[in-house]
Design a protein. Structure first.
Length: 279
């Protein structure tokens, strides 16, 4: 049995010594990009390895491709293989930011054709609340062969611009409501959103304790948002293509697969003054 969306704390605890399970810590803060490594070194789920959001889960910025462009697929395959991701590996990923960074790694592995990847439901906070211990020792990776089968799970700015405000695309923005409205923008140089987009704050998929809402509730909420649009016409975006991945996770849990990611998101979109902006 493989887990493709979520794993709870009890299930992870039961598989900590399973050689076919790999745990990855992706803690990160936009305001302090060294935070994740320091936090990981101080204490992490036993056996977990670490990946950095900027260096490992993103490609180089050019000034016009967003704050977290997609990494080169072949380099990412090599990175995963060196860490020990093989065809039979169950990957579990966590952060301490309500899944905002973990969702990105979840999406990247699926992009490369690896479905056996799941978020630790509730993240590191749930692990500690259940009495899970933290370790400060580092695991030596055991490299494996990672035979990737890349999928077309993403779209570019041209795709979005061709279908903007048409019935052929529903654009869902995962940022907070204030930033969606163009208020309190402190991260990107321009405030606002892509015309025609609707807002679904990624945190709205979660309960107060940080775990995901039940599948039936997520399905009802997402069907109301989609308002008849089929899931395969849904394109997700946020500020830089990171937190939007959590909305994709939520749709998968809700039994609404097939949506895709505009990875460049708002930070790429607003870098071109010729693109329209709504507020």
């Amino acid at each position: 049995m493989s887990y493709t969306t979520l794993v709870d704390v009890a299930t992870l605890q039961a598989h900590l010594d399973d050689p076919n399970w790999l745990v990855i810590d992706v803690r990160h803060q936009l305001s302090d990009t060294g935070y994740g490594e320091r936090a990981y070194a101080a204490g992490h789920v036993p056996g977990a390895l670490f990946l950095h959001c900027d260096r490992d889960l993103s490609g180089p910025m050019t000034g016009c491709n967003g704050r977290h462009p997609l990494p080169d697929a072949q380099k990412l395959v090599q990175r995963f293989a060196a860490m020990g991701v093989g065809s039979a590996t169950q990957v579990v990923v966590y952060d301490d930011a309500q899944g905002m960074i973990a969702g990105r790694l979840w999406w990247l592995l699926r992009w490369l054709g690896h479905d056996a990847v799941a978020l630790l439901d509730g993240g590191l906070q749930a692990w500690q609340a259940a009495g899970g211990m933290l370790a400060d020792w580092l695991l030596t990776p055991m490299p494996r062969v990672f035979a990737a089968s890349p999928r077309e799970l993403q779209v570019d700015a041209g795709y979005v611009q061709e279908r903007i405000e048409t019935a052929h695309m529903l654009l869902v923005d995962a940022r907070g409501p204030d930033r969606f409205r163009g208020e309190n923008e402190t991260i990107d140089p321009v405030g606002g959103h892509i015309p025609g987009a609707v807002n679904r704050f990624f945190k709205d998929n979660l309960q107060a304790d940080g775990r995901f809402k039940q599948a039936a509730q997520l399905r009802a909420e997402w069907l109301a948002l989609l308002a008849g649009s089929p899931p395969d016409q849904v394109i997700h975006q946020c500020g830089s293509g990171v937190s939007a991945c959590l909305n994709i996770v939520a749709m998968e849990i809700a039994g609404l697969p097939g949506s895709r990611l505009y990875a460049g998101s708002w930070s790429e979109w607003c870098a071109d003054p010729g693109r329209p902006v709504a507020r």
